[in-house]
Design a protein around this ligand. Sequence first.
Ligand code: AP5
Ligand code: MG
Length: 214
Amino acid sequence: MRIIMLGAPGAGKGTQAKRIAEKYDIPHISTGDIFRENIKNGTELGNKAKAYMEAGDLVPDELVLELIMDRFEKEDCANGYVLDGFPRTIPQAEALDEALEAKGQAIDNVIDVDVPDEHIITRMAGRRTCAHCGAIFHLEHMPPKIEGKCDQCGGHLMMREDDQPETVLARLKTYHEQTQPLKDYYGAKDLVHSVDGTQDREVVFENVVKILGE
Ligand code: AP5
Ligand code: MG
């Protein structure tokens, strides 16, 4: 099962992708998480990506493609994956299509998590992410059991650097200009299913499962 998550920053792609990965036993591949891990570890890739991410811009396609094509070669991708944050531009989608075609594979479903811009800024202000395992929380909608600590691993909860309101606005602009056109790209292939991402996350997941099958 090969799935792409589409949606604005903060729409809930990561939240749903983690659930999908668990239920269907496929890896969750988040390019944003991979970049953040590289920044944390001070790698060359991380150093190259950092300034773009902090400005709310996209990391150049060639850097993303190199990283993702390597990731697809890992054994855990044999039965598919849920892609979160990739592709994000038409050239990335075309490169993915080409790589899949060469393997005789295809994308099965594109899930578009739909949340209007006006919800996004407040959502981002409340997001907290575990510095250790990457679990996602929200101060209001999904608070941790112990303040500042991850329910899953006890790690320290942090606010993401790019969740400051001015960076969120820049990310939204980038999304509308460069990523939203992918809805039409995959719409033309009849792969897009939209879910209302403003509903409770459990309801969103039930709707995702209706699309993907039990
Ligand atoms: P990335 O990490 O992918 O960020 P993003 O797309 O901006 O999305 P987010 O991770 O912010 O949001 P999300 O949709 O995953 O929401 P979440 O589930 O956390 O990318 C970061 C940066 O990396 C980019 O800006 C770019 O620079 C670079 N990059 C990455 N991939 C790239 C690529 N392919 N090409 C070029 N550059 C790339 O939820 C958000 C909050 O809402 C949480 O607090 C959550 O608890 C809460 N929440 C979730 N669902 C609900 C709900 N139903 N109701 C209420 N609250 C909810
Ligand atoms: Mg995410």
